[in-house]
Structure formats: structure tokens, C-alpha cells
Design a protein around this ligand. Structure first.
Ligand code: IMP
Ligand code: MG
Length: 179
């Protein structure tokens, strides 16, 4: 599909499934090389990161890594913009383990900064962040991102886990909003 329509908006094909998988394979080999011998717990940030987490976990070459899920959402209300609340927590023990957070996209960096704070409070041995996509034009640079798949322009995108009002997460490719 070259274009898709979701609700009231149209989107053009931007990154193919193959381009996405190539980026994931590269991230997986970097992670496997860096974290050889470590007790790795992947932390998937829901909802957007479910597909990238599934694909990345299949590509890494590590000794029995585990996965868990953290769900965050923006606060509603006018005076709380930029704050995130935790909807689903971490039950696994974090202390002394190597944590690799998996994000679909880092935009301003507000979400990932909150995730980092939440996890560091639990004293991991090692903490890394992997994101499939990064928008350098908007990123506040306050958090170190260890593994980046593809840097993209500031345009709004959907597909491969990313949504427009809940729609589009199932798409194999990534689409960019039509101007
Ligand atoms: P940040 O806190 O500004 O870095 O935003 C991160 C979150 O915003 C991501 O995990 C996504 O859920 C969402 N997001 C950012 N950019 C896009 C986009 O282009 N399309 C869909 N969701 C996005
Ligand atoms: Mg997300």
C-alpha cells in the first residue's frame, strides 16, 4: 500500500517493512555484542513498542533474556502537560540486572526520561535504551539513547505499533502524514 487513510487523515508510505527489519537487525547485533554474558531484562513500553519488542527479541543473541511490560500514559488536564503516569508497573526484580528499555519512538524525550527515572530507582546493574525511531529535531537530548534504529524528520507517523488515535498499529510499514 502506497497510502492509507485512518479516521480523517491520509498517510504516505515512509519506511518499508524491510527497512524496519534491517534497522532492528543492526540494533540486535549491537545489543548482543555489548551485553554478552549479561542477565538481560527487556522492558517494552506499551502500547507502541509491542511489535518492535517482538521482532528485536527474536534477533538478539543473548543467554536467555527475559521481557516485561511497562505502560505509561500522559496525564489528562491542562496543567499537567508533559507528565506521564504509570498504568501498568514492573513486578520483576530489577536490582542487579541489565535493563534494556525498548521504545518505538523518542520524540521530545519526556516519556523516556520518566521511564529512566522509574527504573533507576530500582537499582539495576546496567541500564540501556533502544528506540526504533528518533526525531532529533524535537528531542531534548536530556537522556542518553544507546541504540537508535532510524532518525526521522519531525512529521507525524503511524504503523508498526505507532498509532493515530488508536488506529494504524497493525500496519507492516510506517507511513507519514500527508501535507
Ligand atoms: P515523547 O515523550 O515526546 O518522546 O513521546 C513519545 C511517545 O509519543 C511515543 O512513545 C509515542 O507513543 C508518541 N509519539 C511520538 N511521535 C509520534 C508519531 O509520530 N506518531 C505516533 N506516536 C508518536
Ligand atoms: Mg510509545
Amino acid at each position: 500500500m502506497k497510502t492509507v487513510k485512518l479516521l480523517d487523515k491520509e498517510f504516505d508510505l515512509f519506511l518499508s517493512h524491510d527497512e524496519i527489519q534491517t534497522a532492528i537487525q543492526r540494533m540486535a547485533s549491537e545489543i548482543s555484542k555489548d551485553l554478552v554474558g549479561e542477565d538481560v531484562l527487556f522492558v517494552c513500553i506499551l502500547n507502541g513498542s509491542f511489535l518492535v519488542t517482538a521482532d528485536l527479541m527474536k534477533e538478539v543473541d543473548l543467554e536467555q533474556p527475559e521481557v516485561t511490560f511497562l505502560r505509561l500514559a500522559s496525564y489528562e488536564g491542562t496543567d499537567t502537560t508533559g507528565k506521564v503516569k504509570q498504568l501498568l508497573g514492573l513486578n520483576e526484580s530489577i536490582e542487579g540486572r541489565t535493563i534494556v528499555v525498548i521504545e518505538d519512538i523518542v520524540d521530545t524525550g519526556i516519556t523516556i526520561a520518566q521511564v529512566k527515572k522509574t527504573i533507576l530507582e530500582k537499582n539495576p546493574k546496567n541500564f540501556k535504551i533502544a528506540t526504533l525511531l528518533l526525531k532529533p529535531g524535537k528531542f531534548d537530548n536530556s537522556t542518553k539513547i544507546d541504540y537508535v534504529g532510524i532518525e526521522i524528520p519531525d512529521d507525524f507517523i503511524v504503523g508498526y505499533g505507532l498509532d493515530y488515535d488508536g488506529k494504524g498499529r497493525n500496519l507492516r510499514d510506517i507511513y507519514k502524514i500527508k501535507e
